[in-house]
Design a protein around this ligand. Structure first.
Ligand SMILES: Cc1cc2nc3c(=O)[nH]c(=O)nc-3n(C[C@H](O)[C@H](O)[C@H](O)COP(=O)(O)OP(=O)(O)OC[C@H]3O[C@@H](n4cnc5c(N)ncnc54)[C@H](O)[C@@H]3O)c2cc1C
Length: 484
């Protein structure tokens, strides 16, 4: 047990006979790797990490947690920047040894264990010429992304990840193992699709998949910022020109080695090269400084952005919304504000050096997303608008607070232009305008779940009356459990 607190002494016994791995701070590299997260900002020194291998391991660990009143978190892929999957001194239920994926070719379904990454899903499904709506960076976890909603390149055609979720196998706070689907515990199924982190440990997800036999046309075009007006003219046409088979992620950054501002676009067309190059012809004709679009197998698509989302540094995601058509002057002003911050100095005169940050306009068609009502499940970010995301990256911990403050102000300003106001009474569009998976855990429940917050509070009392799962968006005002 090393320096682990006395309270963990009985854990080995509790997991006797299981292949789970129990790690403590004295376990060297294995422990250090276990507490690593996508953002250094979220590396916290847990007292204990339990790498579970089965739903039974989760049940046993939860019973130990309940009896000893141990604060804990659940770790899926470890990519959230809200800090909800890491903990100082408490216990981590780590799902990283549960990454198995199986495919039912006949039913066209994919079952992924709770700790799987999207690369596991994309590659296994591809063996059967199938694909489902997964994240656009394939080292992201299936768990967190799915439980909070899930946007991907196939969203234009098939909606959100949760719109394709058929069932979830979940261990509740009581330790009971249940399945949630439209026919089994439907109220729980309603809740987990958007607010899942609050309701238990998901040990497996089953998704609807779709035939994906063809390679896809995808890759980046990089422009200098003087092309902002022309690129926006293209984006404004994209809104009506797309047929759901395309997506365009675009935004601003100052990536190395030049560290100079550029306008990055990531193009996607699910079809032939001829169709793709015709669709993006006006953009290509603008003369990008780099054109790296090519035909690739679908299984490689979600790896294209991996390198721009590497594991070093402190990072924070933030979410807002924008509407098309966009006004060039408005985008210019957001770009300048963003640039002024990431390339500027703080009050103490320190260079921020945050050029690898990203202001991203996620132009993923939402026609399929809005076919589902905001009251159909917990997720409430469906409306006539697109997601705007910030991904700030920095190295100096003394910038933490100002990054948070700046991100909030910038996104609020941008979202208001889309008529998306955080205040429900003055909001002029349906949908909350904030993607929960980009928000911090301290954002109030009504800002993430709108009119669904009340029902979620009631279901929380039914399925987790002691508020054991208290790390996501807070659904009930209860203090956290602390070690005696
Ligand atoms: C580089 C990058 C790219 C991204 N791209 C996309 C994208 O294309 N589309 C999109 O929709 N989102 C995207 N996101 C946001 C992403 O959805 C969230 O960061 C999500 O939380 C990541 O899930 P995770 O399992 O990796 O994270 P974790 O930090 O492990 O978990 C996030 C939360 O979910 C909980 N959780 C995770 N797994 C389980 C489980 N099995 N059971 C119960 N609770 C669980 C954790 O306790 C935590 O509260 C991206 C994020 C990053 C960092």
């Amino acid at each position: 047990m090393g320096s682990a607190p006395e309270v963990y002494a009985g854990l080995n016994d509790r997991l006797k006979g299981s292949a789970a791995e129990i790690l403590f701070p004295t376990d060297g590299d294995k422990y250090t790797q276990a507490i690593a997260r996508w953002s250094e900002h979220n590396i916290k020194r847990a007292a204990c990490v339990v790498k579970v291998r089965s739903a039974d391991d989760v049940t046993s660990t939860l019973s130990f947690i309940r009896e000893n009143k141990i604060p804990f978190v659940v770790r899926g892929g470890g990519h959230s920047t809200s800090g909800s999957a890491s903990i100082e001194d408490g216990l981590v239920i780590d799902l990283s040894l549960m990454r198995g994926v199986t495919v039912d070719k006949e039913k066209q379904t994919v079952r992924a264990e709770g700790g799987a990454l999207w690369v596991n899903v994309d590659e296994e499904a591809a063996k059967y010429e199938l694909a489902t709506v997964g994240g656009t960076v394939n080292h992201t976890g299936v768990g967190g992304l799915t439980l909070g909603g899930g946007y991907g390149f196939l969203t234009g055609k098939h909606g959100l990840t949760i719109d394709n979720l058929l069932s979830v196998e979940i261990v509740l706070a009581s330790g009971e193992q249940v399945t949630a689907s439209s026919t089994s515990n439907p109220d729980l199924f309603w809740a987990v699709r958007g607010a899942g982190q609050n309701f238990g440990v998901a040990t497996a997800f089953t998704f609807q998949a779709y035939p994906q036999t063809n390679p896809v046309y995808a890759g980046p075009l990089i422009f200098l910022p003087d092309k902002i007006p022309e690129v926006i003219a293209f984006v404004n046409k994209f809104h009506t020109a797309n047929d759901g088979n395309q997506a365009l992620m675009w935004g601003f950054s100052c990536p190395p080695p030049m560290n100079a501002p550029v306008l990055l676009t990531q193009c996607f067309h699910n079809g032939t090269e001829e169709e793709g190059s015709a669709f993006f012809a006006d953009l290509i004709a603008l003369g990008p400084v780099a054109n790296l679009i090519s035909m690739i197998p679908y299984a490689k698509l979600n790896s294209l952005l991996n390198s721009s989302a590497g594991f070093d540094g402190r990072k924070m995601f933030g979410g807002g919304a924008f509407k098309l058509p966009l006004d060039v002057g408005f985008v210019q002003s957001l770009f300048e504000e963003f640039l002024g911050f990431v390339q500027g100095k703080n009050e103490a005169g320190k260079e921020r050096g945050m050029g690898q940050s990203l202001l991203l306009f996620e132009t993923i068609p939402y026609n399929e997303v809005v076919k589902v009502g905001n009251d159909s499940m917990a997720f409430s970010n469906r409306g006539d608008y697109y997601n705007l995301a910030t991904m700030f990256k920095w190295f100096d911990p003394s910038f933490d607070d100002e990054v948070r403050g700046f991100a909030r102000t910038l996104l609020k300003k941008a979202s208001q232009s889309a008529g998306v106001d955080q205040d429900e009474k003055t909001r002029s569009i349906e949908g909350v305008g904030v993607y929960g998976n980009y928000a911090n855990a301290d954002v109030p429940a009504n800002e993430i779940y709108g009119g669904n917050a009340k029902k979620l509070g009631e279901l929380k009392h039914k399925y987790d009356p002691e508020n054991l799962f208290d790390r996501g968006t807070r659904l009930v005002p209860r203090p956290m459990v602390v070690v005696n």
